[in-house]
Design a protein around this ligand. Structure first.
Ligand SMILES: [Zn+2]
Length: 447
């Protein structure tokens, strides 16, 4: 008996489970999870992110880490912790004309505390709106410069009359911690696959919660399975979280072989995959291969040093094979960083199909390996081994082509992904061919 691969790969179970659940049902669960997290006022530090991580902890084995304010992380410093309990602008008649309790985007994230009565002209430079979309509230932050501000709809600002207003931001900006969550699922190898998403935006659905929801469900499906790779899921504040993790986990980072940043993955747009800095890493090819057969629109984008946390993972000192999977690209849709990026903007079906694509990518990485043809001198006779006919639902021609391609290319140098790319056949068909050929003794897996 050869030590051989785990042919009944448990990751199949993941794909099957996602199918069995039904896309609509699964989509409903993913959307509900995002909806549960939606009202929380998150920021790069503070209780909002802690609360979010505790909710994720209900689904998956998540370890929560606290890094003290002032900790040096490469060229950055862990900032003060920000918490907020209330904020408003109150008119002379006692009405709250802007109210944090009605939408947490109304306060600029990381606003320093203030309580004063001020004339509207003094307040105005601290008010942010989007005149092109007069009913939407913008999302603004001021992380690394102490300031205060309110965000409101353009219609709201038009309704403000001159005069004095009571301005109150009941926030604290003090020494505390940066909080992040990590879910590690050990596999047979210590080599790792990284899945990373940011968890630092307040009530924004596509930018933030779609990635969180898909990542949490993917981890839940993979937990407890017999996996080839080890998997590390990071739920971190954008930029400073990734920088902090990399600064404090250099040995772990060295174990990362493939990685994905998940963001803006719940809207109804087609897929966009931004390649890693390397550009031709296995993850880049794996994602392209999966998207080609996913039945949805997709586009592959080259790496650029702006975007989400792939910027940090792909900085030259790490140069990790980490790409970014999105649907609509951040910054290109009008709802981006506004109150219109809400629970209606993300679609249950899109979330479910995004999770399915992630599961197919994991499946590919788990199964991609090299084999050796045991009968390399001319074609083996497939008919006498019962391999010259279809054994599944796929067209006969496609299965036989896949077996012939797999036999021909399994010279010890080419992986199943190489074969799928060169033949143009779906990876799953090639993997199925390799499995059938192994069972008949015509192929032997290489270590
Ligand atoms: Zn954002």
């Amino acid at each position: 008996m050869q030590p051989g691969p785990h042919l009944d790969n448990p990751v199949d179970t993941l794909l099957e489970k996602i199918e069995i659940d039904g896309t609509a049902e699964l989509g409903g669960k993913l959307h509900q999870f995002a909806a549960d997290l939606y009202p929380t006022c998150r920021s790069i530090t503070g209780n909002g992110i802690r609360q979010t991580l505790r909710a994720i902890q209900q689904r998956i084995p998540l370890q929560i880490f606290e890094v003290p304010t002032g900790t040096a992380v490469f060229d950055w410093t862990v900032p003060k912790e920000w918490n907020i309990s209330d904020a408003y602008i109150r008119a002379a008649d006692g009405r709250r004309v802007v109210d944090f309790r009605s939408h947490n985007l109304h306060v600029m994230s990381y606003s320093s505390p203030i309580h004063a009565v001020l004339p509207l002209e003094t307040i105005r430079p601290h008010l942010h709106t989007i005149p092109e979309y007069p009913d939407w509230i913008p999302y603004r932050t001021s992380y690394y410069q102490e300031n205060w501000g309110f965000c409101l709809t353009y219609n709201q600002i038009l309704s403000l009359e001159d005069g004095d207003y009571e301005v109150c931001i009941d926030s604290t900006l003090e020494d505390g911690h940066l909080t992040y969550g990590e879910c590690y699922l050990p596999g047979r190898s210590s080599e790792e696959v990284l899945i990373s998403c940011h968890t630092c935006h307040p009530s924004l659905a596509n930018d933030n919660l779609s990635g969180v929801s898909v990542a949490a469900f993917l981890a839940e499906h993979l937990a407890g399975q017999d996996l080839r790779y080890s998997y590390r899921f990071l739920f971190i504040p954008g930029t400073i979280g990734a920088i902090t993790w990399l600064a404090q986990n250099r040995e772990k980072a060295a174990q990362i072989r493939h990685g994905l940043v998940l963001t803006c993955i719940g809207d109804s747009g087609g897929f966009h995959y931004k390649k890693s800095r390397r550009g031709n890493a296995e993850i880049d090819r794996a994602v392209a291969c999966v998207l080609k057969d996913c039945g949805e629109r997709f586009e592959i984008l080259d790496f650029s040093p702006y975007g989400y946390d792939e910027r940090q993972y792909c900085s030259p000192g790490f140069n990790l094979a980490v790409g970014c999977l999105m649907r609509s690209v951040w910054g290109t849709f009008p709802e981006y960083h506004t109150s219109a990026d809400n629970l209606e903007f993300i679609q249950p079906l899109s979330l479910a199909k995004s999770l399915r694509a992630c599961a197919a990518i994991v499946n590919l990485l788990e199964k991609n390996r090299r084999y050796l043809n045991q009968n390399p001198c001319c074609e083996p006779q497939l008919g006498k081994r019962n391999l010259y006919k279809s054994t599944g639902g796929e067209p006969v021609g496609q299965q036989i082509h896949a077996r012939l391609w797999t036999l021909n290319m399994s010279d010890g140098e080419h992986s199943l992904l190489d074969i799928a790319e060169r033949s143009g056949l779906p990876f799953e068909t090639i993997a199925g061919a390799a499995e059938a050929l192994c069972q008949s003794g015509l192929l032997l897996p290489l270590p």
